[in-house]
Design a protein around this ligand. Structure first.
Ligand SMILES: NC(=O)c1ccc[n+]([C@@H]2O[C@H](COP(=O)([O-])OP(=O)(O)OC[C@H]3O[C@@H](n4cnc5c(N)ncnc54)[C@H](OP(=O)(O)O)[C@@H]3O)[C@@H](O)[C@H]2O)c1
Length: 321
């Protein structure tokens, strides 16, 4: 017979909270309350997870739950914790309190530790773009790491939840938490920035066919090589070869046809040059040449999206020296 699963109270019925609550409900966790700023979201998720209580007020959280899970936005977390902890005579001796923030460690839950709770961070290292936890469109939880730090008992609970979801715990040293989260950003949204540039330039260059099919084989092979042999070893392309003339042609074309992508091209190019120099792929002289061509292209301030920007008259000559 399946052993009795813990009970759960959720604060924050957004993308992450919904996905986790639905997945844990499927694993037999009893969802005792769903709290969210928007009433309809709380009610809808409570219905989905057979929870008897839905509310917009953090103070309504069912405090008898084995686990209280905060899945509110990073900037709302401290306030939500404060609201709960300021309840007169609050006792959470039987509860483990977790939060799903990537950038914050368990310390942000300290006010609830004072009320007797054991606390830990529980950050799913995954992207949750939609507000559904459905199997087809929902995020993949199986096999993912959960970034964790905190009190021993709470870390044990986090490990059990991760295991029930088919994932695993990745212990994070609290002092490096923002660095860990910066790496997550590179792995997800910064990747989106690069993919958006590929898609945009595919259109600007009038390539026929979906950009995913045109660049898919190159992206897949590059990713496989980069993962297998390391970024430095797998580097190819004009920056790694020290080919300043080719990079200059790229920058000219970008400024003329797709100026929005000049900053991204430049920043990525500088990083590739640094990588190539440190791996002895680029001589100091070639590296300095690359720096000169990129420095000439660096703009001050961000370029707004093309549609909203009034037409700008560009100088006939590019700005590189
Ligand atoms: N999205 C991802 O890919 C991802 C991945 C891993 C970790 N995370 C982390 O998980 C956390 C939640 O992210 P998310 O993407 O799920 O955000 P989200 O979709 O915006 O959901 C946050 C939810 O919390 C609710 N909320 C905010 N303040 C509240 C309060 N004081 N009391 C009750 N409910 C409150 C919001 O209500 P309203 O909608 O009414 O404002 C919203 O439903 C964040 O710390 C984020 O960094 C996100």
């Amino acid at each position: 017979m399946k052993r009795k699963q813990p009970s759960l109270s959720l604060v924050g019925a957004g993308r992450v909270g919904s996905a986790l609550a639905v997945a844990l409900h499927k694993q037999g966790y009893r969802v005792l309350s769903v709290i969210s700023r928007s009433g309809p979201a709380a009610v809808a998720l409570a219905r989905k997870t057979s929870s008897p209580r839905a509310s917009t007020q953090v103070v309504d959280v069912d405090r008898s739950a084995d686990i209280i899970l905060f899945a509110v936005g990073d900037s709302d977390l401290a306030g939500a914790v404060r609201t709960l902890s300021s309840l007169r005579g609050l006792k959470l001796k039987t509860s483990v309190v977790l939060h799903t923030s990537g950038v914050h460690d368990a310390g942000i839950l300290a006010p609830l530790r004072k009320a007797g709770a054991r606390v830990a961070s529980f950050h799913p290292l995954q992207t949750f773009p939609a507000r559904t936890g459905s199997a087809r469109t929902g995020p993949v939880l199986r096999g993912i790491p959960f970034g964790v730090d905190g009190d021993e008992a709470a870390v044990t609970t986090a490990g059990k939840i991760a295991g029930d979801l088919g994932g695993r715990v990745l212990m994070i040293d609290p002092q490096f938490r923002p660095l860990y989260h910066a790496a997550c950003v590179f792995a997800s949204s910064y990747l989106a920035a690069v993919l958006n540039a590929i898609s945009g330039l595919s259109g600007s260059a009038r390539l026929t066919g979906p950009w995913t099919e045109i660049f898919g084989p190159l992206m897949t092979a590059s990713m496989e090589n980069l993962v297998r042999t390391g970024a430095g070893n797998a580097l190819t392309g004009p920056v790694a070869r020290g080919d300043v003339a080719t990079v200059g042609l790229h920058l000219d074309a970008l400024e003329k046809y797709a100026p929005d992508f000049v900053p991204l091209y430049t920043v990525c190019g500088l990083e590739v040059a640094r990588l190539a120099l440190s791996g002895n792929r680029l001589s100091r002289e070639d590296f300095d040449g690359m720096l000169r061509v990129f420095r000439g292209a660096v703009r001050t301030g961000a370029t707004p999206p093309a549609k909203k920007r009034p037409p700008v008259k560009r100088p006939a000559k590019n700005r590189r020296r």
